[in-house]
Design a protein around this ligand. Structure first.
Ligand SMILES: [Zn+2]
Length: 360
């Protein structure tokens, strides 16, 4: 157990006490400002309008929800957002968010001390260049590295679509991960490796999140990566790099080359993009499918619906219906021709519908 003073010092680190930096590190919205901080959608209870206050008080972060009255410090916030209950893992994640080296007792990061370099904000071009070799090394080709990821996608009927989009797997063993990161550190500037948000020391953050989904910018460069766990554990099932939430919906690179009158289909997440594309192909429909990250809709994305028909194809549950209402309003004000609802029949989401075909 850490001594009290160590924890207090950690709480006061700029990266863990500055509300804007902490929220960016957790990929949370900073659009609702208040004195000394922000309001966010509460990570402790379900809500659509932000009522959870994040403020800097007496040099440390204070979290307090005005709706459910849950309160706590930065560690409690990180645990809730990342779905971590294990305190040492929360501390590990906190250090990563603050840009601090991992603790010495972490066997993932047992490299001798390297000269300290300051992490820096990584541009899309540099991020793309860094992940490109990793996507190639971990490509879905039944190599031992990707075998379980390949089996998972094949079972869901999504393998070909995932291969076409450049999905990959990160290695399951710490030694191979170390080799990959060593290659990156020998090839690129260390400040960019530390700044890309998924590398820590000589290892990876969230090493269990091995299935890699590249999210691209409109020109097709990989701007961020989403990683999914393959071990069936529920906590932190999907993660993005620290400070690198998607700036564009999944599949945006296909919009520029689509016919001007091609409708848009909005779905939840990258898996549903692949699934909905497959169903559209079956039905001979030419549409652009865009995936909105969980809870990460951005108002400016409504512009993509200008002069087009937009199908909102979110899950057929309460949350899916709420998304539809919220987006419709913004789509119409952005000049969308018509917003229509597209619901999966007989299954919760599009992925299940495609997976159901695999069995037959
Ligand atoms: Zn709350």
């Amino acid at each position: 157990m850490k001594r009290r003073t160590d924890l207090d010092a950690l709480r006061q680190e700029p990266g863990l006490s500055d509300p804007a930096r902490v929220l960016r590190g957790l990929n949370l919205s900073t659009s609702h400002r208040q004195k000394n901080g922000f309001f966010i959608c509460c990570p402790f209870h379900k809500e659509n309008t932000p009522s959870c206050s994040i403020q800097k008080v007496d040099g440390v972060l204070l979290v307090h929800c005005l709706a459910c009255h849950e309160s706590g410090d930065v560690f409690k916030l990180i645990g809730a957002v990342r779905g971590l209950a294990d305190f040492p893992r929360i501390i590990e994640e906190a250090r990563s968010i603050a840009g601090l080296p991992a603790t010495a007792d972490d066997d993932e990061h047992d490299e001798p001390d390297e000269p300290k370099q300051e992490a820096r904000k990584v541009t899309t071009v540099v991020f793309h260049a860094i992940v490109r070799p990793l996507l190639h090394l971990g490509r879905l080709d039944d190599s031992p590295i990707a075998r379980d990821g390949t089996a998972y996608l094949r079972g869901r009927g999504l393998l070909d679509a995932a291969v076409a989009d450049g999905w990959a797997c990160f290695p399951s063993t710490a030694s191979t991960r170390r080799e990959w990161i060593k290659m990156l550190r020998e090839t690129f500037d260390g400040r960019d490796i530390d700044g890309c948000g998924f590398v820590r020391g000589s290892g990876l953050t969230f090493p269990d999140n091995r299935l890699v989904v590249p999210w691209r910018d409109p020109s097709g460069l990989v701007d961020t990566i989403q990683r999914r766990r393959l071990d069936g554990q529920a906590s932190s099932k999907y993660v993005f790099p620290s400070g690198r939430a998607p700036q564009w919906p999944y599949g945006i690179e296909r919009l520029a080359s689509a016919p001007l009158d091609a409708p848009i289909v909005l779905v939840e997440g990258a898996v549903d993009v692949l699934a909905r594309r497959i169903l559209d192909m079956d039905q001979g429909k030419v549409r652009v499918v865009l995936g909105v990250p969980g809870g990460g809709w951005r108002k400016r994305w409504a512009e993509y619906g200008k002069d087009r028909v937009v199908y909102v194809a979110t899950d057929a549950d309460e949350a899916g219906n709420r998304f539809c209402e919220q987006w419709s309003e913004q789509l119409y004000s952005a000049g969308c021709v018509e917003v229509k609802r597209l619901r999966p029949v007989g299954s919760k989401d599009w992925g299940d519908q495609v997976a159901a075909r695999v069995v037959s």
